[in-house]
Design a protein around this ligand. Structure first.
Ligand code: SF4
Ligand code: SF4
Length: 67
């Protein structure tokens, strides 16, 4: 658990497929009005990038990532 490692979603890129919401085993994401939101950032596991890897739209970023 970390206060600094959690995903950020690029809303412009996001295809609203909600795969990240289903994928994350730590319930970091929640679906709200059809869109993913990072509801529990403190649940994210340091240096995990699982959801980023399954995001076909490449809409998920972590600290230090560049576009
Ligand atoms: S997996 Fe990617 S494109 Fe799909 S809802 Fe999540 S952030 Fe958006
Ligand atoms: S990086 Fe891992 S723990 Fe964090 S939101 Fe994505 S799948 Fe969940």
């Amino acid at each position: 658990m970390s206060a600094t490692w959690f995903p950020t979603i690029d809303e412009d890129r996001c295809a609203e497929c909600l795969q990240c919401v289903e994928f994350c085993p730590h319930a970091v994401y929640e679906e709200k009005e059809g869109r993913p939101v990072v509801a529990q950032p403190l649940n994210c596991v340091d240096f995990c990038r699982g959801c980023q890897k399954i995001c076909d739209a490449k809409a998920i970023f972590f600290p230090g990532d560049t576009y």
